[in-house]
Design a protein around this ligand. Structure first.
Ligand code: TXA
Ligand code: MG
Length: 318
């Protein structure tokens, strides 16, 4: 990857950024909360590059940004309450978690394998114009290296991500400066997953009573970041470091380790390709009704760290 250009978010800059996004590249762009590290949310490989650039040791589900509420309603299942919340707070610093619509094109890696997706319509005019021109949902976590603070200016992004991003759109400092509020509206009761730019009280006025994930007795599933239950797990057993499969198992291969009839995360041994294939292939193998999935060894470097983290969780006793 050549050196990133930090370019003004004017008409030529926006056109170039949209073109890069549409061809599977990474673009850092301003939102009203923080700068985001964006990729085409429907492109598994482009999304894998986000995790690689951030150096995230695990796959957390990412927010998909869209140009308007109508685009969001086409991707996720919004009931009356979710629509009311969307109409009250979008565009703005609120991300709404809903179930995927049938045939939702959001990549499995974007939602870390989950059947729920987080959607947001940002208010920043540059973000909105970029989304309009790209005409695809854009997955974007904050544009910092994993474990570091979120960038609220283009220079922070350049310092954090350097050459790991194809282009940085500079539109000055962010107005809100903290990340969006994340609310899960996929269940019976709204659950606040992350406090942020919209307060709990503001939300409650439209959504009704809101659960905190840690509320004792909360009926809603626990889905906050990093929690085991927020991760997709196959129904069948998972066995790791398996060069080949045993009777009754299907094999998830990597590189040369590949049993007949299985699927291969990356015949070439490419970790970006493997990350891009991970959740989709686990789902396909899980759907075959085998006794178990045997997974080839994955090297513990680069994206392999996040892949192995995910696989260890899938293989842990449940
Ligand atoms: O303000 C923001 O939200 C910024 C700007 C760029 O939009 N983005 C951001 O993304 O902060 P990120 O990836 O750092 O945070 C995503 C949050 C995490 O807490 C994640 O667990 C939650 O959203 N999330 C995303 N998808 C989810 C899902 N399907 N289910 C549950 N939580 C989800
Ligand atoms: Mg972040």
């Amino acid at each position: 990857m050549s050196a990133p250009s930090l370019i003004p978010a004017d008409a030529p800059g926006l056109a170039r950024a949209a073109e890069i996004l549409r061809s599977g590249g990474l673009v850092a762009f301003p939102t009203e909360t923080v700068y985001g590290l964006g990729a085409d949310a429907t492109d598994e490989t482009a999304v894998a590059k986000i995790y690689e650039a951030k150096g995230r040791p695990r796959f957390n589900p990412l927010i998909s940004h869209v140009a308007d509420a109508e685009a969001a309603f086409a991707l996720g299942l919004f009931d009356q309450r979710a629509r009311a919340v969307a109409e009250a707070f979008w565009p703005g610093p609120l991300s709404i978690v809903v179930k995927r619509a049938p045939d939702c094109p959001i990549a499995w890696l974007t939602s870390a394998g989950l059947d729920r997706i987080a959607l947001r319509v940002p208010a920043h005019p540059v973000a909105r114009e970029l989304l309009r021109q790209t005409a695809r949902p854009i997955a974007a976590p904050s544009a910092n290296r994993s474990g570091r603070i979120s960038p609220t200016a283009a220079e922070h992004v350049a310092a954090e991500l350097g050459t790991r991003v194809d282009l940085i759109l500079d539109a000055g400092p962010c107005a809100v400066g903290i990340e969006s509020t994340v609310v899960d509206l996929s269940g019976a009761r709204p659950v606040l997953l992350r406090p942020g730019g919209i307060t709990r009280e503001e939300l409650a006025e439209v959504a009704g009573e809101i659960e905190r994930p840690q509320d004792p007795g909360a009926e809603a599933p626990l889905v906050s970041p990093g929690m085991l239950s927020s991760h997709y797990a196959p129904d069948c057993a998972v066995r790791l470091n398996a060069e080949t499969s045993r009777e009754g198992e299907v094999h998830l291969g990597f590189g040369a380790a590949m049993a007949p009839g299985g699927l291969n995360l990356s015949p070439a041994g490419d970790l970006v390709e493997a990350a891009a294939n991970l959740f989709g292939m686990l789902r396909r193998l899980d759907g075959r009704g085998a006794k178990g999935i045997a997974v080839a060894p994955i090297p513990e470097r680069g994206l392999g760290v996040a892949i192995n983290d995910r696989l260890r969780r899938a293989a842990a006793p449940r």
